[in-house]
Design a protein around this ligand. Sequence first.
Ligand code: NAD
Length: 329
Amino acid sequence: MPEQKLKTSIAILGCGDVGSTLAYTLILNPVCSEVILVDPKTALLEAQVRDLSDATYRGNTGTRVRAGTHKDAGQADIVVITAGAKQKPGESRLSLLSRNLHILSSIFSAMQPISPHTILLLVANPVDILTYFARKLSGLPESQVIGTGTSLDSARLRGILATKADVSPSSIMAYVLGEHGDSQFIAWSSATIGVTPLSMALPSSTDPTFRAEIASHTRGAAGSIIAAKGCTAYGIGNMAASICKYIMYDQLTVRPLSFYQPELGCCLSMPAIIGRKGITRVMPIELDEREKRELEDCANGLRAVIEGAEKELEADQELAKALEKDKGA
Ligand SMILES: NC(=O)c1ccc[n+]([C@@H]2O[C@H](COP(=O)([O-])OP(=O)(O)OC[C@H]3O[C@@H](n4cnc5c(N)ncnc54)[C@H](O)[C@@H]3O)[C@@H](O)[C@H]2O)c1
């Protein structure tokens, strides 16, 4: 009989800026009994565990933090992958692909066997491409492999529209969809404030110059923060922690998330319901003609990148096999 599971756990692979901020957020807003940190930089890992543990002793959280292995992570309720290189100032997310795909591939070899109930949450960039490959490498059902996608971009969109409309961000329903990257687009035609169409509630929002300014803000927000402080961590840490909460509490919340789109042949962000089983339902969204074209362009771009990366991954796996054979000879 399988051993009874007594603890709920979230494993965070990579405890640099994003991973440690996520861990801290999960301590302050507990949703599981333990947070397991995994990182090959052992001195950093131990220091993060000690520092984060210090934040648990005041007694206002039941969540404990410990260091673990990739194998431990494979048995967690949620595995959040922040492991990998990050953008240097001025660098695009796609330029990280080669380095982060190698790391992803090694992570999945080290994590096996992965619990069939684990939800994978990809944060490392380029997040849509890595989500696509995580789905292939993990062997988990598509519904359990999710990327944070444009959830952060959509939060930034809410923030700026809230300022323009003089209303709380929580009253804005507007999504950035597609790639978490340069080809992302705003679904203007479905945006509302409360239940009022954005075009009625904020007439200036139909002006092309206004739209271009907002789109440039959401697309470029990360770049300007990275240029000034070297990383973005609080926004994504908070967003990833919220997604963990929706999963652990089976909240069945609608969010724009990156997941596999069979009709487009790639992972990109669309609205979906998320709970303990991962994506439980895709929420259809009406797009106007322009938005449909933007979605198509976005998918074409991502598919082209996937094709190149697929070859690179195959060569990588062949090399690993040959090295393994050499070791055995
Ligand atoms: N999706 C988003 O919206 C979003 C937002 C911000 C950052 N990011 C991405 O998140 C990633 C992490 O950013 P960061 O600022 O924390 O970087 P960082 O360099 O501070 O941390 C990355 C950590 O990953 C670790 N790592 C490397 N290989 C590993 C492995 N095999 N297993 C476990 N850990 C491993 C490194 O040792 C390092 O500590 C980057 O790819 C960045 O672009 C995504």
